[in-house]
Design a protein around this ligand. Structure first.
Ligand code: NDP
Ligand code: 2IT
Length: 432
């Protein structure tokens, strides 16, 4: 298929190419899909909501940001996907993320459709009061379009517990409702235990399954790189360490750190979550830590890598370095952190490579479990949610591995995930 008309939406165009270049000819030539114009329909969002967000900064000056919500496809359930607050946010990025989310959410087996939203607002360097005023102004525009039976946003880059608290309080104030219109809520507002940990734990559970199946191996004793140092990266660090791996490098958009003795979770968590510090400050807290330029992270030798920062952070050159250094597995915690060229190189070299839509589905899966707990007015224990998360991740691995194998390409989990999820969504669209 030719996606030239999307050349002004480069991230979305890449997401379409990634999906359609991996689909089997039996899908692309299926008469029922062609008769229904399914391929044209599945790439157009149901609805895109855009709005201005006007808020007042601490100096009393009015600021304006762009706000968006892309409601892409609800054939599998309510629109579901995070909100991203980052200066780079635009419609192309949100359409790419919402498109990915349709298939990711299907893989969890929970009843959730695909959506994504956010703003070009940058929470970095803003006071809590400024973030609060922004969140209230954002929700004042968004609340008519969301709700437990319609569209349920959550967090993503720049949107964590603090922002979800403000957004949910604002939703309640403006709508007069307190339904499960957001997930990732703080516990006192009805959130689920283990949601904070879910994406990072989930990608690690996925890696554990994959290493066992392909190599009869585990994370124990492995040298590991985890890029990023936000929500996903932190809890990946925690679980990898618990499973006996040693995380030797992490980064943020300014710097990377190399810590041959291993990075200490609690020190890093306190630096990042409590103090909102920069990663280079870790070197002041621990001995034997080297500070590098951010992109140098992929030059560190490792056995396993978890890219957990942002899209296209790992390109073909980085992939070459990882392969030459002996890396055997790359598991995406972020959404599309590897370029298509990098991913293809991993697959060609039989490095186990998992696309984010499969291996980072743990976050949205536990969001689905939060919806279920709220609906039933129940609170499940941490162990219970963690156990369900682990089962969901191994189920995702087994389904997409079986699909890849059936297509005769055992090492191609991109084919496995895309073909498996595409058929699921396409058949539901046909039935509808
Ligand atoms: P956070 O905002 O908590 O953290 C983002 C991290 O990535 C920060 O350390 C940030 O550094 C770093 N980062 C951002 N841009 C760059 C860059 N260009 N180069 C290097 N580092 C960068 O976000 P999350 O951890 O929640 O999200 C990370 C990724 O995981 C995203 O792709 C997101 O879509 C995906 N994801 C998140 C889920 C969730 O539940 N939160 C679920 C599934 C996927 P800095 O502070 O310098 O900006
Ligand atoms: O990319 C993602 O899957 C998320 N940011 C989590 C979405 C959610 O609704 O929990």
């Amino acid at each position: 298929m030719d996606f030239e008309k999307y050349k002004n939406e480069p991230e979305f165009k890449v997401a379409l190419e990634e999906m359609f270049s991996s689909l089997d000819s039996s899908i692309l030539n299926k008469k029922e899909y062609l008769d229904f114009d399914l391929f044209d329909k599945v790439i157009v969002p149901d609805r895109v909501i855009t709005f201005d967000v006007k808020w007042v900064d601490d100096k009393g000056v009015e600021q304006t940001n762009k706000g968006y919500r892309v409601q892409f496809n609800n054939v599998n359930g309510v629109y579901k996907g995070g909100l991203r607050f980052h200066p780079s946010v635009n419609l192309s990025i949100l359409k790419f993320l919402a498109f990915e989310q349709i298939f990711k959410n299907y893989l969890t087996t929970l009843p959730m459709g695909g959506g994504k939203g956010g703003s070009d607002f940058d929470p970095k360097g803003k006071s809590d009061e400024e973030v609060k005023r922004f969140c209230y102004a954002f929700m004042k525009e968004l609340y008519p379009y969301i709700g437990a039976d319609k569209d349920v946003p959550a967090g993503d880059i720049g949107v964590g517990g603090r922002e979800i608290r403000f957004l949910y309080e604002a939703y309640k104030e403006y709508s007069g409702k307190s339904d499960c219109s957001l997930t990732g809520k703080p516990l006192d507002l009805g959130g689920s235990l283990c949601r904070t940990e879910a994406t990072g734990f989930g990608v690690t559970y996925f890696a554990k399954e994959a290493l066992k199946k392909y190599k009869n191996d585990s994370l124990k004793g492995k040298r590991v790189i985890v890029s990023g140092s936000g929500n996903v990266a932190l809890y990946c660090l925690k679980k990898v360490t618990e499973l006996g791996g040693k995380v030797v490098a992490m980064n943020d958009s300014s710097n990377a750190i190399y810590a041959p003795d291993g990075i200490d979770f609690e020190t890093m968590r306190a630096l990042k979550e409590d103090r909102r510090g920069r990663i280079k400050e870790y070197a002041e807290l621990k001995d034997n830590v080297e500070v590098l330029p951010s992109r140098e992270i992929w030059s560190v030798k490792c056995d396993v890598a978890f890219p957990c920062a942002t899209q296209f952070e790992l390109d073909e050159n980085d992939a070459k370095k990882l392969i030459e250094g002996g890396c055997v597995g790359v598991f995406e915690g972020a959404n599309m952190p590897c370029t298509i060229e990098a991913a293809n190189l991993f697959i060609k070299n039989k490095v186990i490579y998992s696309p984010g839509k499969a291996s980072n589905a743990g976050g949205v899966a536990v969001s689905g479990l939060e919806i279920e707990q709220n609906a039933k007015n129940e609170k499940w224990s941490f162990e219970d949610v963690d156990h369900r998360l682990s089962d969901i991740m191994s189920n995702i691995f087994n389904n997409i591995y079986a699909c890849a194998k059936q297509l005769g390409d055992e090492y191609n989990l991109v084919k496995g995930a895309n073909n498996y999820a595409f058929i699921g969504i396409a058949d539901k669209m046909l039935k509808r």
